[in-house]
Design a protein. Structure first.
Length: 315
């Protein structure tokens, strides 16, 4: 029988893990003719998440766990799960059950019967999110859709079922700075989209505050578009032209009317404004430079402390 690997990143999710296992176990029993493996990735949790995973693994041989040496982030956890999975089809799911396991049968059908390489999901609502987060998310997708050559689907989630061929293409991209939604689109392959209403967390609290989301959005923009660099260059050229025109105006005005330039407040405001624009453009360049710096160090994406997955690289 073909196998389905379910990759589940976890960070301080001791309350949600048992509930997720109960639900996914129930769903797996309803799906006939497929073997399953549940890969829980403990991303340096400070609670009992790792202990719960190991207890589940003792009771159910389908349960695999990967315990990181520290917190490396959700992107690293997803990558580790994909890299160490052994299934013919692989999916990534949130442990808080915001990704409904009940969609799996439809996703399997999309690949096995309809010929898709990937069946992805996107939420049609943002129930449970604050107004600020809803607004920020909406504008982020509008901006990145315009400036990136890689397709970015509004409301897209990491929850998707993929063929082994597609997953192999993804794990071959070993870049340190990862934005999976962009990587999933970058590799191509024929994708079907399924829409569903956003679900509330089954337990625990979200680990994504506004600043983490903002930083993640910056990673997405920097990783899949060079438009900010172009914008900073255009701003630089524009201000050079404006400065040149103002210099000519002041010289002509002084020669004709004998009116010297007056007023230090206006001059101070101009200096502060231009300096702010310069720092903004330098900041954009700095973001790209920092990503290059992290990549060239070639540090591992993750480090495993303990796992029950038999893999020669990690024995």
């Amino acid at each position: 029988m073909k196998k389905i690997s379910i990759v589940v990143p976890c960070y301080n999710e001791e309350e949600a893990i048992p509930l997720f296992y109960e639900e996914i176990n129930k769903t797996s029993k309803e799906i006939k003719d497929y073997d399953f493996e549940f890969i829980f990735v403990n991303d340096g949790s400070k609670d009992n998440s790792a202990l719960i995973m190991k207890e589940l693994a003792k009771k159910d041989k389908r349960v695999k766990f990967i315990d990181f040496s520290r917190n490396f982030g959700k992107e690293a956890a997803m990558y580790a799960g994909l890299e160490l999975s052994s299934g013919d089809f692989i999916t990534t799911m949130d442990v808080d059950l915001q990704d409904p396991p009940s969609l799996l049968p439809e996703m399997i059908k999309g690949i096995t019967e309809e010929g898709y390489d990937c069946v992805a999901t996107k939420s049609t609502s943002r129930n449970g999110y604050s107004f600020l987060r809803k607004t920020f998310t909406r504008w982020f997708y509008k901006i990145i859709a315009k400036i990136s050559k890689t397709e970015m689907v509004a409301g897209a989630r990491d929850y998707r079922l993929m063929t082994r061929q597609m997953v192999n293409a993804i794990i071959n991209m070993k870049e340190y700075n990862r934005y999976s939604k962009g990587l999933f689109s970058f590799v191509g392959f024929k994708t079907k989209w399924i829409e569903f209403e956003n679900q509330e967390r089954v337990a625990g609290t979200t680990k994504w505050n506004f600043w983490k989301l903002f930083s993640y959005a910056i990673d997405g923009i920097v990783g899949f578009s060079t438009a900010p660099l172009i914008v900073s260059s255009i701003i630089g050229v524009l201000f050079c032209l404006i400065s040149f025109i103002i210099i000519i105006f002041i010289v002509i005005r002084t020669l004709i009317f004998g009116d010297p330039t007056s007023g230090w407040p206006s001059l101070a405001c101009i200096i502060f404004f231009v300096s702010g624009v310069q720092l903004f453009c330098i900041g954009i360049i700095g973001q790209y430079l920092s990503k290059v710096y992290l990549e060239v160090k070639n540090r591992p994406i993750y480090i495993i402390k303990d796992t029950n997955i038999k893999d020669k690289k990690h024995e």
